[in-house]
Design a protein around this ligand. Structure first.
Ligand code: T46
Length: 133
């Protein structure tokens, strides 16, 4: 459910000359990372996502700027604003997600539990509603 999705605080090394946040495989996350991708150059007003995953776990990080993530488990919805590079949003399988309100220059870094596989996606909202009932 959307309650299984949570913010994970990531280790942050603060120095006068800037910060580093580190994510170590299997240590900071409840899954092992197999794939990394990032969304960037999202034009103002555009949305991303609009699907759910059958098996995939993901950690979303606003590596720069900010955006909103709307989580929907078919029963309830929750909106999480990501705007700090030292926090990640864990999204468990079975959650419909929409990303919007991207600030200009924002970067959505995503760490995932598996390789890209189109068969893991549900891209039809009606189908999602039926499965999650
Ligand atoms: C998610 C949100 C936050 C690949 O070939 N490999 C990949 O690993 C990914 C992620 C995408 N693609 C291709 C598939 C499509 O032709 O890139 C194109 C755009 O993908 P999509 O429409 O799925 O993009 P988003 O931003 O709507 O969704 C992505 C992830 O797919 C999804 O898992 O949760 O970011």
């Amino acid at each position: 459910s959307v309650d299984d999705c949570r913010l994970i605080r990531l280790p942050k090394h603060e120095r006068e000359n800037g910060n580093i946040t580190v994510v170590e495989n299997d240590i900071d996350l409840p899954f092992a990372v197999k794939r990394v991708y990032y969304l960037y150059d999202v034009p103002g007003g555009e949305e991303r996502g609009g699907h759910s995953h059958k098996q995939l776990y993901q950690l979303l990080v606003a590596a720069g700027g900010s955006f909103d993530v709307i989580l929907d488990d078919g029963i309830s919805t929750r909106t999480v604003t990501l705007n700090r590079p030292s926090y990640g949003l864990l999204i468990v399988p079975g959650i419909w997600r929409v990303l919007n309100n991207f600030s200009s220059g924002s970067v959505c870094l995503v760490l995932t539990s598996d390789y890209y596989e189109e068969s893991d996606y549900i891209r039809d909202y009606q189908e999602f509603k039926e499965i999650s009932r």
